[in-house]
Design a protein around this ligand. Sequence first.
Ligand code: TXE
Length: 492
Amino acid sequence: MVATLYINGAWRQASDGGAHDVHSPHDQRVVARVCQATNSDVLDAISAARESFDSGVFTSWSFNERSALVAKIADLLERDADLIARKESDDTGKRFIEAQYDLADVIATFRHFAALGLKEHGRSVDVGLAHITSRIVHEPLGVASLIGPWNYPLLQIAWKVAPALVAGCSFIVKPSELTPQSAIALMKIIEEAGAPQGVANLILGPGSVVGAPLINDPRVDLVSFTGGLTTGQTIMRAAATTIKKLALELGGKNPHIIFADADIDAAIDNAVTAAFLHSGQVCSAGTRLIVERSIHDQVVTEIVRRAGLITLGGPDDVMAETGPLISKSHLINVSLYVDKAVAEGATLLVGGKRSELSEHADGWYYLPTVLDNCTSEMSCVQEESFGPVMTVEVFDTEAEAIAIGNDTVFGLSGGVWSQDAKKAARVASALRHGTIWVNDFGPYRPAAEWGGYKQSGIGRELGEHGLGEYLEIKHIWTNNAPSRSGWFRDHE
Ligand code: TXE
């Protein structure tokens, strides 16, 4: 059965009947066949969103009513969590248990924004004049294009859909063409929960085919996008024509700094997780290890040993610790980064090639890789390979560690390990990244803002700001005792 588009409250085929297969990165079997929208389908979806927004059918709901809708969606997601997790692990190749963790995070996201909506009241401003009422009100921003990536498909879309619904926006969701199934399931749930017709729309297909109207059309007010830097730059250029609001999360090149006075055992264990979780396909992956020279050999030897032990496998392999890369082209890209780094002088200590196990022959499995003797100039250090590739650099002083950690155009996240609390706090403060972990790496919470400095993006998701991205702020000044302004003369 072909999964269809959802436009203006109806499930429908693409206008030209187009569809494409989705393949498992684990073994390349076809896991789904989905419609591929045409340009006119996208325009229909934008029209539906615009008309529903302008009609007031959803904006007239109170924040409390919209919060209740979002809470209901969370309940329905909980009901269907394992079914959706299965679709997600089919599409991404990630272990089913990891997809289940992701679904728990998706549900927590909807619950966070449902609760936040209940606290949304705007505010009054005391302007010091008894006859003036001055109110700041928060209004839905309008029509939003919500474009998601393939690494955490439903989670990244949830970070956009949940606040958009609480705010009262109408929207068009476009998941990655590689991983569309969980977004389709979410749209069915939004429909079941009772969102008004035309508020939530779903477009399927590659960004190169269906993306242009989503980022160009003057009827779209906001584009919220998570994905690669190059696509982010394309979106920013397109959005400039009509000055659309932008929320961009474009990945990172995240420094992970270990001082000699750290709890070395915990630091090493976390460094392995930070770099190789989900085979490095994580925007906040700690793939750039920056280690104090005196402990370099000890730390790197142990990380290399641990990396060599990591068991790769498919969604249902109970022994597997991480899975395949998303696609053949991505695997080629990752290996090119490694080959180039070696050519530039890096030392390959482990990995650096595809898995040669027969059970991985049909999948995009790349071995956890550690590159030593790296320098800031190498492209593998500066650019996101988005694979299981850790680069190692050394430092001698605190200032040098900070300088290396900030020597990147990105600024999404970073970690610092030291048992000297004052030093750790100084480094955390000096690093120009949106999230810093001290003696930890990776945790996030829906209540805490997430986003990047510098070229890692614009705006913040989650937290309170994550709702603010979908709201306009209006000041309403009411004069309760009107009188003449008296500014201009009304006589000769
Ligand atoms: O992402 P794209 P790709 C990084 C990572 C990866 C690189 C490229 O480094 O190697 O990006 O991955 C849609 N108009 N991240 O090529 O192209 C596309 O269909 C509108 C980091 O897969 O950015 C998909 O839905 N939409 C990242 C989404 O954009 C367009 C997670 C992301 O795809 C479009 C993923 C267009 N012109 C990759 N072109 C993170 N920040 O976590 C593409 N798309």
